[in-house]
Design a binder for this molecule. Structure first.
Ligand SMILES: [Zn+2]
Length: 249
């Protein structure tokens, strides 16, 4: 059997493996963007799921609900499936949240300060963000002040994007903010250390992969969910079948 056949055989066996039997245990962090509205600049509509498709994802996630976890707990334990949303779209509150809360599935939303302050569609306003933060199972995290690539920032700019945004968000929601995600997935050693210095304990990347116990909690891989992903592809992604995408970034 040649190497390609071996590889395909491995992929097939993983595809049909129940989530509970994934080995070694790992935390799989899913990242959604918009559900219903259109992500600005997303001309190919990759990151704008339809509500109907999202509903099918929720049904699949409910079928593995015992494996779902809040992000910080999943990262700490190195197991489970965590649901996250980037950018803070208004439809996270009005479309996604009601379905997830009804299903009892915890999730984390990473918001950009300027988007919230401006409160202009398609993003959440301050009041809407407070409403979202008050829902059961919801964690709010930071996603920079301006949504620029943190790797392009000077030390002073980094401080504003990280420490300043964390303090602003903590004041707005009257609760500690300990999680963040890197805008555009842009991170290097300097940015990672600045995130730690700013007081974050969990930081999520955009690189495909799974987080294992003992891995760096400030470089947590995530798995992108796309508009055309059906429930089968979502399951395949959770099983790691799309982790080869990490080689592309
Ligand atoms: Zn973003």
């Amino acid at each position: 059997m040649n190497r390609m056949k071996l590889l395909l055989g491995d992929l097939a066996s993983v595809a049909f493996m129940p989530v509970a039997r994934l080995s070694p245990p790992a935390c799989r962090v899913l990242v959604y963007h918009a559900v219903g509205s259109v992500v600005p600049g997303d001309h190919k509509r990759i990151y704008s799921l339809s509500p109907a498709r999202f509903e099918r994802h929720v049904r699949w996630l409910v079928s593995v609900a015992s494996k779902t976890t809040a992000l910080d707990e999943g990262v700490r334990a190195g197991r489970g499936i965590a649901i996250t949303f980037d950018d803070g779209y208004r439809d996270t509150l009005v479309v996604a949240a009601p379905r997830l809360v009804r299903a009892g599935l915890p999730f984390t939303v990473f918001v950009t300060r300027e988007h919230v302050e401006n409160g202009v569609a398609p993003y959440l306003s301050c009041d809407e963000l407070r409403e979202l933060a008050a829902l059961p199972g919801v964690t709010i995290g930071a996603h920079g002040r301006t949504h620029r690539r943190l790797t392009d920032c000077t030390k002073r700019e980094l401080d504003d994007e990280l420490t300043g945004t964390r303090a602003w968000l903590s004041d707005l929601l009257a609760k500690p903010i300990t999680t963040m995600s890197y805008p555009h997935g842009a991170v290097d050693g300097r940015v990672r250390d600045a995130v730690r210095a700013a007081g974050f304990t969990v930081a999520a990347c955009s690189k495909f992969g799974a987080h294992h116990a003992g891995d760096d909690p400030l470089l947590v891989p995530r798995t992108d969910v796309w508009a055309r992903d059906g429930a089968c592809r979502l399951a395949a992604k959770v099983h790691g079948r799309w982790d080869w995408m990490a080689l592309r970034s």
